[in-house]
Ligand binder design. Sequence first.
Ligand SMILES: C[S@@+](CC[C@H](N)C(=O)[O-])C[C@H]1O[C@@H](n2cnc3c(N)ncnc32)[C@H](O)[C@@H]1O
Length: 233
Amino acid sequence: MTQVASDAISRIIERHGPDAVCAALAPMLTAERIARIDQVLAARLGSVVTIVEDTYDPHNAAATIRTTEAIGLGELHVVEPEQRFSAAAGVTRGAHRWIDLHRWRSVEAAVAALRARGFRVFATLPGAPHTIDDVDVTTPLAVAFGNEHAGLTPAAIAACDGAIGVPMFGFTESFNLSVTVALAMSRIAARRRAAIGTPGDLDEARRRELRARWFALKIRGAVGVLERALGGG
Ligand SMILES: C[S@@+](CC[C@H](N)C(=O)[O-])C[C@H]1O[C@@H](n2cnc3c(N)ncnc32)[C@H](O)[C@@H]1O
């Protein structure tokens, strides 16, 4: 789906409400497809967020999107002070369509916005004394990853609430960026799910809005279908 179609879907959901959109599109989806959407929605974790700063390798960027979505997280925040975040399309396997991508000029701006929403934010640093196994997961948390060469900038680290590491036991001093995202976020998401006692935590309004959007994403020409059924957006 193009950005234009995606924006049109947003306008239609806003105008007619998510339930009317789902009712109009449901006859075009199999029961299995709807059940799959509901299963993924039930496990979507809004209270754990990935941030990446200034990645330059499109394969790493794409792997970060794919891993974030596959773990069931809803948001990826990309910080682009120098490099434009661009993801190798073949590597995302379409995962970019199912998550919200937020773009920022600095980690400080991303941290401020997330803090205002109740998140604590942690920098990832090889060798940090605290780890992904002991970080407090009882409140929403965001985890920031640095670029392939220099790691997180000092300003980014200073903006965060603390630093955490992924334990290493070999001679190698750091993991590859996208490998670290997979190791850290899957562990933290699992710990957060255990802490809240449920696989997903979207509120009802968000869940319904995403359900309508995902119905539309599964149907070719959904905008036209909705305009005919509901009277335009
Ligand atoms: C290839 S590493 C960058 C290495 C850089 N020389 C440094 O010391 O941060 C890219 C990113 O992966 C993450 N990373 C890699 N290994 C890590 C580890 N063992 N613990 C925590 N983060 C790690 C960090 O976010 C880092 O900024």
